[in-house]
Design a protein around this ligand. Sequence first.
Ligand code: CP3
Length: 351
Amino acid sequence: MSTNFPILKNDLMLKALKGEDVPRPPVWMMRQAGRYLPEYMELRGKYTFFERVETPDLACEITMQPIRRFSPDAAIIFSDILVVLQAIGIEVTLNPGEGPRIPNPVSTPEQAFALRVPDVHDRLHYVMEALTLTRHALQGEAALIGFAGAPWTLFCYLIEGKGSKDFSRAKAFYWQHPEASKHILSVITQTTIAYLKAQIAAGAQIVQVFDSWSGLLSPEDFNEIAFPYLIEICNAITEAPVILYPKGSWYALEAISYRTKAAALGVDWCITPEYARVATRNDITLQGNFDPSKLLASPDVITKSVHRMIDRFGSKKYIANLGHGILPFVPVDHARAFFDAVKFWEPSENK
Ligand code: CP3
């Protein structure tokens, strides 16, 4: 399929990432394609999770579902961070209601040192195909976001074998086998760099790196276990803007903002917009940070809270989003209230 793409008519995302003036902030939602949408549930009934991820037509269709409904300013490709573990030869399963499982997690240094950087074009070709299809389907109405998991977050799943509230096995493995752990983190880093570059070549206009579990690390351990690899990834990706989402790592915002080349930082709802702005010296675009549970409040409360959030972040250098993924039981009308609240927000002098 051709990579001669339609021109981008909606450039709000790219402008916000460059810090340029915009009439209103752009908006999209983490996990905007997902279980709260009846049309997603229909496909979920017919195909397994990895069938949906590995079939470019299905991944494209699922990515487009929220675009048709809400016209957000960005589409995020339907996939999962765990495909990178599959690419390095690790079996991953996902059964409904169970969360991801790795039947044979890495448990010895020998297994760790045996891991190698794969050819991502070969192992993950279906993601690149889905991106190219979706970029055409979008017709320039929204920017296309590719993504990957951060090395520390993928390390957590690779060692723990499943989700966890503290990933204590993964932490224990790091401290018991630091050299083997560094080998794993560096294999994931090199794979991720090649993978993000391939996604951009295939049509992604922006990439986001999800460090969903960085907030489980102390500031000191973050600097050792997570940060060097995030710096390496951000600095290697020069072909498109990078949004870095280090969930829970409020303590690292300042250092991340000046030590990486990330174009934007994703923040969760546990910090104030004012704190995030001061910590990053108003130097970098911020994305977030609506509490996903608050989408269960009435549409009226959602609208007011979203307007307050934009007033506090400011409309410049800002991308309106949730602080984490949308929850499966959010009514569709409440999701719509969120998108509309951003689109109909007005600067205070017009209010
Ligand atoms: O944001 C999007 O709409 C794009 C698609 C996307 C998915 N996963 C689809 C998905 C993205 C960006 C991800 C990233 C991801 N996957 C992360 C980082 C972001 C985060 O939420 O912290 C993590 C930690 C994973 C691993 C993962 N995949 C988990 C923990 C789960 C189970 C949780 C759940 O919501 O069921 C998944 C499955 C998954 N990935 C689903 C979707 C839509 C649900 C699958 C289903 O039941 O249909």
